[in-house]
Design a protein around this ligand. Structure first.
Ligand code: PAF
Length: 285
């Protein structure tokens, strides 16, 4: 495994792999690797000849009062995990490498970014789509892998790839959870013991909401039920609970799938998100 920090280095490695006819898979990350990332790497390892990951804590996707400074930066540990998981190349650029002086071009998706996290974190998704477009341009993978936990991010990334005619397949993979249901996230490490104990309620409430939908409840009714469950835990501060269409991300008034029920909460200063996707013909999430 090689770790490189320069765009020219990663380009040279990937371009010679492509010339040899190898299929390249990319897992973009901000580091703090956990089993969720490892499941994406595993899928790439099974599917592609060369597996690249990027590790870059992207400043443009953090708001001014968000956790950019605190975000875990554990390159040595991440490299060890990546190597064990069979990664061939880590691209870990500096901020200056990715955003040189004078940088002023952003990729922005309309409509899909108006609600959910986009409604509460102005500029966040613009930062994500900009860095992902840059990573896809630099690395030029055949396939790129993202987790479904960041559901809106996944939909928005699929949109830029379609709209900007990028020759890459985007694969979304299911959320990986702790045994008690908490979705894995690099931010879980911010939780104190009490918050960690309370945290699985987020998934329990979403599961209860999905169960109501399965029994015929409409999206807003299920969302209200989830909100009440979450409001019952004093450590939680609910930011949003929404039932939306899986592709348009518009709120759904109807009952039954297809539907994604998504929520964002604060536990202390830590913001957690999670969702359950209910597909037509398979409403078991
Ligand atoms: O999901 C993440 O870790 C980030 O948003 C991503 C896609 C690596 C872009 O910085």
């Amino acid at each position: 495994m090689r770790t490189v920090t320069k765009i020219s280095q990663v380009r040279a490695i990937i371009s010679s792999a492509r010339h040899r006819g190898q299929q390249v898979g990319l897992v973009p990350t901000m580091g703090g690797l956990h089993a969720g990332h490892l499941s994406l790497i595993e899928a790439a390892r099974a599917n592609d000849d060369l597996v690249a990951i990027s590790i870059f804590v992207n400043p443009t996707q953090f708001g001014p009062r968000e956790d950019y400074e605190e975000y875990p930066r554990e390159l040595a540990q991440d490299a060890q995990l990546a190597e064990q998981a069979g990664v061939d190349i880590i691209f870990a650029p500096s901020v200056e490498e990715m955003y040189p002086q004078g940088f002023s071009t952003y990729v922005e998706v309309e409509e899909l970014t108006a609600g959910l996290c986009g409604g509460y974190r102005p500029g966040h998704l613009r930062g994500v789509t900009t860095i992902v477009a840059k990573l896809l341009n630099i690395i030029q993978p055949h396939v790129a892998y993202f987790g479904e936990k960041d559901y809106q991010q996944l939909v928005v990334i699929k949109r830029i790839v379609t709209d900007l005619n990028m020759p890459v397949e985007i694969v979304g993979l299911p959320t990986v959870r702790e045994p008690d249901g908490l979705a894995l996230s690099s931010r879980n490490q911010y939780l104190n013991a009490d918050e960690r104990q309370a945290a699985p309620l987020l998934y329990q409430a979403l599961t209860a909401g999905a169960e109501l939908v399965r029994k015929g409840a409409a999206g807003p009714e299920a969302a209200e039920h989830i909100r009440q469950m979450l409001d019952g835990e004093p450590l939680f501060r609910v930011q949003y609970v929404e039932a939306v269409h899986p592709e348009t991300l518009q709120s759904v008034p109807y009952s039954g799938p297809p539907m994604v029920i998504a929520a964002a909460v604060y536990l202390g200063d830590t913001r957690l998100i999670d969702n359950i996707k209910m597909e037509e013909g398979n409403n078991n999430a």
